[in-house]
Each structure stands twice: as structure tokens, then as C-alpha cells.
Design a protein around this ligand. Sequence first.
Ligand SMILES: [Fe+2]
Length: 189
Amino acid sequence: MKVQDPRIIKNLFSDEDYNKLKTHLYNRPKLQENFDPSFERYCFNDGLINEYMQKLIPVAREIFGSDTLLPSYGLFAHYEGKNPNLFTHKDDNACTYTIDMCVYQTEPWDLNVDGKPYTLQENEALAYYGNDQLHGRDTFPNPGKQYVAMIFFHFVEPDHWWFTKGQEYVNVVRGQITEEQWKENNGNK
Ligand SMILES: [Fe+2]
């Protein structure tokens, strides 16, 4: 895999598809159980997000130059509060190929990838490599008055551990359990 510079994708979905997705997510209750106080964001995944991730397979294959990549998981994140934040990091989950979409926002909040800022409008996305490229955000603009909502669509190759070992294997990747413990939990597969 050759890592390329991040690219902005305009009009990620058709107007009709985008409006359906935005309306659904904008109106979905922001439940306290989905709130992550460290980032000040509500995160969840649902059937519509998964459906839209399927629609993106041809787009992802084209932009990342892979005929074989498949969706791993998608996550919606609505940032709002006194100090929403996203420290600079590389992903440790199944995020080889990432399409980060802006669903709705009161004002853009630049995403930095390898130190370069990218500004996204609604229905635009940034394509980058979540495991290989450092990404994060600077200070949230006008905290307490703004919100920014994204979907992270992640894709991997079929031989990735996400598929060969299962998504629980992330606990081994994170060093939370050993390979041996994971094998015991998973019937020594
Ligand atoms: Fe990330």
C-alpha cells in the first residue's frame, strides 16, 4: 500500500442521499449514554450509517486505489460543549483507509493530517490513512455555541485482523490482553 496525501472529496453523496442522512442524524436524540466526556462528543453507529458505508465502497476503492478493500466500521460523532477536542493521534483500530465526512456543523473545525489543516463543508469528506497518518484538531471554535458532526467511515483489506480474527482482537493490538488470553477467550481459533 502506498500512502498518498489526504484528499478532499466534494459532494460525497448525492443531494438526495445526503439530505436523508443529515436529517436522520440531526434529529436522532443525543443520548447521555452515547456521550464521551473526554472528547465532548456523542458517538454512535446505526443501520443507516452502515448502509451508507456500503454505498461508499466504490468511492473508497477508487480513491485509495484498492480493488479489494471492505468496510470495517463507521461511527457518527457530534462534538458540542465547552471544550470539544481531538488530540493528534494515529488510530489503532481497523482504520487503514478512512473517509471522514462532515455531516453538519455551525462552523468548520479544521482537521489536521500530518500537520496540514483541511477545511470541510457539509457533505464533504477527507480521505486519509487513519493508522499511518497523524490526525487531530486544534482548539474548537467558539466553544459552547457551536457543534460539528462527522462520520468516520473506515475500510480495511480482507486479510486484516478485523476479518481474520474478529473485532475483539483490537484488545490485543492495544496491549489490554495477550494473544494467549485472546485465544482462550475465542476457543483457540
Ligand atoms: Fe482517529
